[in-house]
Design a protein around this ligand. Structure first.
Ligand SMILES: Cc1ncc(COP(=O)(O)O)c(C=O)c1O
Length: 401
């Protein structure tokens, strides 16, 4: 019977990873895949994670199930990290939290919870957005609609268009998926004023914030990157958060994330936890422990916590340095006349990604003629760049534009 199955459509990212792997040019610059890479192009286990693993190995006495909502210490400590330990969201008891299989699992659980609470909700997502938002959220059956977010040619946020679309077409109870920081794929984040304006608009229209934070600590810093989330949590009766530990703890394959729902009362939070637990039970029964236990250990231990923050900060500073170096190289090689805008946008954007104003044909040319690997959309992962070859990268980008 399995021969009757339909072949799966090719995955753009997987295809590009294969192409890059097959290219043995010494000039290769791989900006395709969305994981952090250090200056040697490796994605090593973070030092704090290694040390936490050694401790856990020695301390662990049982492999019993951890419970349907996951590791309680992880749930508490990671939600405190996101919302702020003294925040009303944490102290009020209005927050339902559960461990999830990465940010992706959190997005799926969050979307399932929204569907259970309001089956007629539409989820609004930015154009463009992370390619997996649609499949993860859409597979719950909730309809998805796009709102304008980014103008690839001017490399600016379409904020007026975003607000106009939501104001005109979103209806009370709809959810709006917002990237908490380091927008994927554009790197273009809302300013504090824009967060306030979108919060006002959404409150007025009774829209539910659905915040996705996959890069906390990699934009402006840990607290700074939660600015939008915390602003919304302070002013909204309800919101949903999907957060990932894949990038900021380098725990990609361990699949650690957190889903949280801010509710109107502690009783409603219990109901939400019950439904998240039931959904988890129906999908995978019990979540795994290892990754969550590592995060809990790091956050609970002052020395590991400080070490992890330092490593995370080093990653952030390195990526910002690469952004500035690329912007400087673009300006140095072209003057500011044509590309001052591109250079300024790249320098100001946050996190791993920027979206270059290239066509799919120009992206293809970068790959085939220059061994510079990026997605057809123009998305680059700045962490894949190196200071030693940044001039060549600027040169290649300018050559195809
Ligand atoms: C915007 C965004 N959200 C969520 C995720 C989920 O990451 P993971 O499931 O690996 O934790 C990613 C990963 O690339 C992402 O870019």
């Amino acid at each position: 019977m399995f021969e009757n199955l339909k072949p799966t459509p090719p995955d753009a990212i997987v295809g590009m990873i294969k192409l890059a792997a097959a290219d043995h040019s010494p000039d290769k610059i791989d900006l395709g895949v969305g994981i952090y890479q250090d200056k040697s192009g490796a994605t090593p286990v973070m030092g704090a994670v290694k040390r936490a693993e050694t401790l856990l190995l020695a301390e662990e006495t049982t492999k019993k199930y951890i419970g349907i909502l996951g590791n309680p210490s992880f749930n508490r400590l990671f939600s405190e990290l996101m919302f702020g330990a003294d925040s009303e969201a944490i102290t009020s008891g209005r927050l339902a939290v559960a461990q999830a299989a990465g940010g992706s699992g959190a997005l799926r659980l969050g979307a399932e919870l929204i569907k259970l609470a309001n089956p007629s909700a539409t989820v609004w997502v930015s154009t463009p957005t992370w390619a997996n938002h649609q499949p993860l959220i859409g597979s719950t059956g909730l309809p998805i609609k796009p709102y304008p977010y980014y103008n690839k040619q001017t490399q600016t946020i379409d904020f007026d268009e975003m607000c106009a679309e939501l104001r005109t077409h979103a209806v009370a109870g709809d959810a709006v998926l917002l990237h908490g920081c380091c927008h994927n794929p554009t790197g273009a984040d809302l300013t504090h004023e824009q967060w306030q304006a979108i919060a006002d608009l959404m409150l007025e229209k009774d829209l539910l914030p659905f915040v996705d934070i996959a890069y906390a600590g990699l934009g402006d810093g840990l607290d700074e990157d939660s600015y939008g989330l915390r602003l919304l949590a302070d002013s909204f009766p309800e919101l949903v958060l999907a957060a990932s530990c894949s990038k900021n703890f380098g725990l990609y394959k361990e699949r650690v994330g957190l889903v949280a729902a801010l509710t109107t009362t502690p009783e409603a939070a219990k109901l939400a936890e019950g439904q998240i637990g039931l959904t988890m039970r129906r999908m995978i029964s019990m979540p795994p422990d290892h990754g969550a236990a590592l995060v809990a250990k790091i956050l609970a231990d002052p020395q590991l916590n400080a070490d992890w923050r330092k490593e995370l900060e080093d990653m952030r500073v390195r990526m910002n340095g690469l952004r500035t170096a690329l912007a400087d190289a673009l300006v140095a090689q072209s003057g500011t006349h044509n590309n001052g805008q591109m250079a300024a946008a790249i320098a100001a954007q946050k996190g791993m990604f920027s979206l270059l104003p290239v066509t799919p044909e120009q992206a293809e040319k970068l790959r085939s003629e220059h061994s510079v690997y990026l997605l057809n959309s123009g998305r680059i992962n700045i962490a894949g760049a190196k200071f030693e070859t940044i001039d060549r990268l600027a040169d290649c980008i300018l050559a195809v534009l």
